[in-house]
Design a protein around this ligand. Structure first.
Ligand code: PGA
Ligand code: ZN
Length: 426
């Protein structure tokens, strides 16, 4: 039984305020969760409540969200059974009463939803991944490590937001992390040697002043090879252009490269990159408002490349159902704060899995030391996680948690590798 619910303002990895919630049960068990925050958000995400007072935190304060947790939400949650996560989450959604969670704030609801799950896990003396996923939860995800940052996550001219490496050929999760770290450090040396900055962006990847996706993919592919791995067979490449960010009035405007591409030209360009490089997965290849483009690209390359919807679905089960029905991609990115409760995020995963779609558990560009998503990746057995680079503790905290989970599972642990990615040549 939930005895108390509290919250406070803490800092996220960009130095912005965010909500951290604590849930205590009558038996003394405790759960704590800090809420992440995006920069390239989808238009249909649940609302992150910010105070908008320019005199404090440049308008980004979360005092109202914190007050909602300690006030209305605590009043509704205290006395509820923490084992009934679905019941608690339904009560939170009903209490908010809006379709987009704009009254109490998805940041207020999510902090309590996740903290309650952690308190319940602690009460049963279970790790979170087992409490949520049961005894079968033993699949460690393929990590998609973001080693070059652009777009809204860096101030360089790169139009595409993320260039990632995925160690599909590793034998274990721990080995995948080692491989990723080795490539990260090779890339650092290569960038330095070429006279580029090795400062990092919001997700810990390098943010060199490159102008085209090809330049970034060339650097990454060369770093994989120079480290001694085979691009494709050992390490696949993954991109998140975050295309909604540069789709304006029906045209993809590549400001850094200095070109404009129609939806067809943009899709042609992506198809070219997918064929020219060992790209195994592309997230948000097309903009959230370009569903025709999404369907065309899926029909063209969906048989040989995972196409993951982030902005287009916003972890919203209804939007996802519609996308599955109409052929918008073949995979969904899951960000718990896009929807605002654990139960709804798990529903999106279940819907994707029922349709034979793949699922990528994901961080936000604004993160904290909270590692809940690492456990959620194992709990759902989704087999893929994207949680940033091999630097910055907000990113490495999740990899470190997965290393611990793999160790705890011992010989029963399985590493997903590239098995869930659909490219025929893997
Ligand atoms: P965001 O970016 O957290 O800034 O939205 C991550 C992504 O687009 O996947
Ligand atoms: Zn994205």
């Amino acid at each position: 039984t939930i005895r108390s619910v509290t919250a406070r303002t803490v800092l996220d990895s960009r130095g912005n305020p965010t909500v951290e919630a604590d849930v205590r049960l009558a038996d003394g068990s405790h759960g704590r969760a800090a809420v992440p925050s995006g920069a390239s958000t989808g238009a249909r995400e649940a609302v992150e409540l910010r105070d908008g007072d320019p005199a404090r935190w440049h308008g980004k304060g979360v005092d109202r969200a914190v007050a909602h947790v300690t006030g209305e939400i605590a009043a509704a949650a205290v006395g509820r059974d923490a084992d009934d996560q679905a019941g608690l989450d339904a009560a939170l959604v009903a209490l908010d009463g809006t379709a987009d969670k704009s009254r109490l704030g998805a940041n207020a609801l999510l902090g309590v939803s996740l903290a309650a799950a952690k308190a319940a896990a602690a009460s049963h003396r279970q790790p979170l991944y087992r409490h949520i996923g049961g005894a079968d939860a033993r699949l460690l995800p393929l990590p998609m490590m973001n080693i070059v940052n652009g777009g809204a996550h860096a101030d360089n001219p790169l139009d595409f937001q993320e260039f990632m490496i995925a160690p599909v050929g590793a034998a274990t999760f721990a080995e995948a992390v080692r491989m990723g770290s080795e490539v990260f450090h090779t890339l650092r040396r290569d960038l330095l040697a070429a006279g580029h900055s090795t400062g990092v962006g919001d997700e810990g990847g390098f943010a060199p002043a490159l102008r085209t996706a090809e330049e970034a993919l060339d650097f990454v592919t060369a770093a994989v090879e120079r480290t001694g791995y085979r691009p494709g067979a050992d390490i696949g490449l993954v991109m998140d252009p975050a295309s909604s960010e540069f789709f304006h009035d029906g045209v993809y405007v590549y400001a850094g490269e200095g070109v404009r591409r129609t939806p067809t030209e943009h899709a042609d360009y992506l198809a070219h990159l997918i064929d020219a490089y060992p790209v195994v997965s592309v997230e948000d290849p097309m903009a959230e408002d370009d569903l025709d483009g999404w369907r065309d690209l899926t029909a063209r390359v969906g048989d040989r490349c995972q196409l993951t919807g982030d902005d287009v679905f916003c972890t919203n089960e209804q939007l996802l159902r519609e996308g599955i029905r109409t052929g918008v991609g073949n995979s969904v990115l899951v960000k718990v704060n896009q929807i605002g409760t654990l139960t709804e995020a798990l529903a999106a995963v279940a819907t994707a899995h029922r349709a034979g779609w793949t699922v990528v558990m994901s961080h936000r560009s604004g993160e904290t030391e909270d590692t809940t998503i690492a456990d959620l990746a194992v709990a759902t057995g989704c087999g893929q996680i994207k949680t940033g680079s091999l630097s910055r503790s907000d990113r490495t905290a999740k990899y470190n948690q997965l290393i611990r989970i793999e160790e705890e599972l011992g010989s029963s642990a399985r590493y997903a590798g590239g098995a869930l990615i659909r490219r025929g040549d893997l």
